[in-house]
Design a protein around this ligand. Structure first.
Ligand SMILES: [Zn+2]
Length: 363
């Protein structure tokens, strides 16, 4: 774990055992270390896998394209089977400069499915613990929680899926549900992330009244790596007042160093509730509603450029949205990445995700 590394370096520095000139070497050793305290054989295979991922990123970068790591993908039909062969995903990734996908599977497929499918393209797909989006998760099924907990700790995975707390109905499902962030479910996930350094995604609607349950856990587990999904939207201007503005996001980031965000996937005309022809609100508040192209509002662009090390890209593609794959990545590139400073774009496109999944800085 990172703490061990920091403690050791602090110890060496305090005892004068390292000369200033040796610091860069030590740093690069630390940055290349993959140790999270797993078995040596697991550490070896993690290291090999990371080398493969690094090669993929380099290849895309050398071709002149900005590589993307997709941290939020929902693989599988919800009936325990993939919708189509995983090579179809690879071909979409190739088309869109997506180097790596965290291959989150749904509950009915199970964790092992992510390993099995990822092994078919070990330099492109990242073994990921299942999403917390199914009936067993929301029923707080203890056997599922134990399974998630023990699987994360094997070290076979680099990330965990999107765990749902408060979830409104979406364009592809009807879950109107609340599994509180301070429930036993999330105790398991926060603790596993904290102990292993493996990140997880969180789905939580940003109502004012629902913020304290999240904040309580961010304080309790300062070493958990939390990626809160879909920042940049406001689904209810009456009940979402304190968080969904650049200043609200800025305040959260300043207060909780363990918090990251994946950026909203829908375009400027997105409405909530979905499939609602009359009424509802335009919820993609980070975009101008004017014009015919998605254009970030200047205050959101400023936020992403100002704190670029805390945002990542996740497509939120699932089987129901499969046909939108190209459109989502085109939007990320045209409306967001192309308008950021080159350094911010690199961080948000892949460097932050890399650091989250490997605990290394890419060198
Ligand atoms: Zn979500």
């Amino acid at each position: 774990m990172g703490n061990y590394q920091l403690d050791r370096r602090g110890f060496l520095q305090s005892t004068g055992l390292i000369l200033i000139s040796s610091l860069p070497v030590l740093f690069s050793q630390k940055l290349n270390a993959t140790s999270m305290g797993f078995d040596p054989s697991v550490e070896r295979s993690r290291k090999e896998r990371i080398e493969g991922y690094r090669r993929t990123l380099r290849t895309i970068k050398n071709s002149g394209q900005l590589p993307i790591i997709d941290v939020e993908h929902h693989w599988g039909t919800g009936k325990g089977v993939p919708a189509f062969p995983v090579r179809n995903l690879i071909s979409r990734m190739d088309q869109n400069g997506v180097a790596l996908t965290w291959l989150g599977v749904n509950e009915s497929m199970g964790n092992e499915a992510s390993i099995y499918e990822s092994n078919k393209f070990p330099e492109r797909l990242v073994p990921t613990i299942m999403h917390g989006d199914g009936p067993r998760w929301h029923a707080q099924d203890q056997s599922l929680l134990s399974e998630i907990d023990s699987e994360v700790r094997t070290g076979k995975y680099f990330a965990m899926g999107e765990f749902e707390a408060r979830h409104y109905v979406s364009s592809t499902n009807n879950r109107d549900i609340h599994t509180p962030v301070n429930s036993n479910n999330f105790e398991v996930v926060f603790k596993a992330s904290s102990d292993t350094g493996i990140p997880f995604l969180l789905h939580h609607e940003a109502e004012d009244i629902l913020l304290p349950e999240l904040e309580q856990m961010l304080v309790k587990y300062p070493n958990a790596k939390v990626i809160w999904c879909h920042v940049g939207r406001n689904r209810n201007p009456t009940t979402w007042t304190s968080f969904p503005t650049p200043d609200g996001v800025r305040r959260f980031l300043a207060k909780y160093p363990n918090l990251y965000f994946d950026i909203l996937q829908s375009g400027r005309m997105s409405k909530f509730p979905p499939r609602n022809l009359f009424g509802g609100v335009y919820d993609a508040v980070m975009y101008d509603q004017e014009g015919d192209a998605d254009k970030l509002r200047p205050e959101w662009l400023k936020l992403f450029n100002e704190i670029p090390n805390r945002f990542v890209i996740g497509s939120d593609i699932n089987t129901g949205r499969w046909s939108q794959y190209d459109e989502k990545f085109e939007r990320f590139r045209k409306a967001i990445l192309n308008n950021l400073s080159p350094k911010s774009a690199e961080l948000i496109a892949y460097l932050n995700a890399w650091k989250l999944m490997t605990s290394e800085t890419l060198v």
